[in-house]
Design a protein around this ligand. Structure first.
Ligand code: GLU
Length: 299
C-alpha cells in the first residue's frame, strides 16, 4: 500500500498538522507500506520553499521519515493541464464574480461554501464573449450520490448536484484548484490510502467523482478529528503555543509524540513514547472520531 502526507508549506508545523502526519505515518508503517511526501504549494502567495524545508526538518525531528517525495504542486501544471483537457467535454466557462456567487447560491451542505446554481452552464458563445475577460472553468456534475466509506467517520454521502453543484477546477487566473491537483497527484503516485483532517471529508465526493472520470482507482479514506483551541476554533498557526517553534524548545520528540498519541486515543497516558511502540500497538479502531479540545496545561 502507499500512503501520503500532503502538507501546505505556509508556515511552521503545529500540533494539528502533526496529528494528521503521525496517523498517516503510523498507518503506513503498521502495514509495511510506502509513505510519500508532497508539498501542496498551489497558492504561491502563501507558500514558500523555506517553509517546505522547515516542514521537512520538523517531520524529521519527530522521526516521521518518508520514503519518497513527489514534485510540489507548483511544478505539476502540465499534468493538471492534461487532466483538464480530458475533462473538457464536461467543463464550461463561468464568469460569475465572487459577490454574485455568494448572493445567489445556497450554502454547501457540509462546509459553508455555496452550491452553484449552474447559471453559466448554458451561455451562448456570444454571451461568453461579451464578458470580455478570462473565465473560471467548472465541471458539470450529474444528479448522482457519491458514498465515502470513511475508515474513521463511517459512511458519508453527498448528492453532487444537490449538495455540491458544478465546481471550479480551474480558476480565472489559470491556476488549477486543489480538488483536481490532489486527484491527479495521488493517482500518479499510486496512493492507495489517504489520511487527513476531517475538514476535508466534504471534499472527498468531488475527488472521488474526478477519480472516476479520469479512470483512477479510489483510495481508502481516513478523516481524522481536528484539534481545537480553547475557543472551539480549529488549531492554526495563530495558536503559537501549539506550534513546533515553541514546543520543540521545551519538549522532546517523544514527549510531543506521547501527547499526540494520547489525544488520538492510542495510549492511556500523555507520557513520552517512541515511534516503535506506537507502530507495534497501532490500530484504526482505537482512533477517536470526534474533534479534540487541546488547551490548558492538563492536555
Ligand atoms: N494540503 C492540505 C492541507 O495541508 C491537505 C490536503 C490533503 O491531504 O488532501 O491541509
Amino acid at each position: 500500500m502507499t500512503g501520503r502526507f500532503a502538507p501546505t508549506p505556509s508556515g511552521r508545523m503545529h500540533m494539528g498538522n502533526l496529528f494528521s502526519a503521525l496517523l498517516a505515518w503510523l498507518s503506513v508503517r503498521r502495514q509495511g507500506g510506502e509513505l510519500i511526501l508532497r508539498m501542496e504549494d498551489l497558492d504561491t502567495q502563501r507558500t514558500s520553499a523555506a517553509y517546505a524545508s522547515q516542514l521537512r526538518r520538523d517531520l524529521s525531528w519527530l522521526g516521521l521519515a518518508w520514503d519518497r517525495e513527489t514534485p510540489p504542486q507548483s511544478q505539476r501544471t502540465a499534468a493538471y493541464q492534461a487532466a483538464f483537457a480530458r475533462l473538457a467535454p464536461l467543463t464550461y466557462p463561468c464568469y460569475c464574480t465572487r459577490s454574485q456567487l455568494h448572493s445567489v447560491n445556497a450554502p454547501h451542505a457540509a462546509d459553508g461554501s455555496y452550491v452553484y446554481d449552474g447559471r453559466c452552464r448554458n451561455l451562448t458563445p456570444a454571451q461568453q464573449a461579451a464578458f470580455g475577460r478570462a473565465p473560471a472553468w467548472r465541471l458539470a456534475v450529474p444528479d448522482t450520490t457519491i458514498e465515502v466509506m470513511d475508515g474513521v467517520q463511517g459512511l458519508y454521502r453527498e448528492n453532487l448536484r444537490r449538495d455540491c453543484g458544478d465546481f471550479i477546477i480551474r480558476r480565472a487566473d489559470g491556476v488549477f484548484v486543489y480538488q483536481l491537483a490532489v486527484v491527479v497527484d495521488d493517482g500518479e503516485a499510486g496512493v492507495t490510502e489517504v489520511v487527513r483532517g476531517r475538514d476535508l471529508l466534504s471534499s472527498t465526493p468531488r475527488q472521488m467523482y474526478l477519480q472516476t472520470l479520469l479512470g483512477l482507482p479510489h483510495p481508502k479514506y481516513y478523516h481524522v478529528p481536528m484539534l481545537l483551541s480553547g475557543d472551539g476554533r480549529r488549531l492554526s498557526k495563530r495558536d503559537g503555543d501549539m506550534g513546533l517553534e515553541t514546543l520543540a524548545r521545551r519538549m522532546s520528540p517523544q514527549a510531543v509524540l506521547g501527547r499526540l498519541a494520547w489525544w488520538a486515543g492510542l495510549v492511556e497516558t500523555p507520557a513520552p513514547v517512541d515511534l516503535d511502540t506506537l507502530v507495534a500497538t497501532f490500530s484504526w479502531e482505537k482512533v477517536r472520531k470526534t474533534d479534540i479540545p487541546v488547551t490548558g496545561e492538563g492536555n
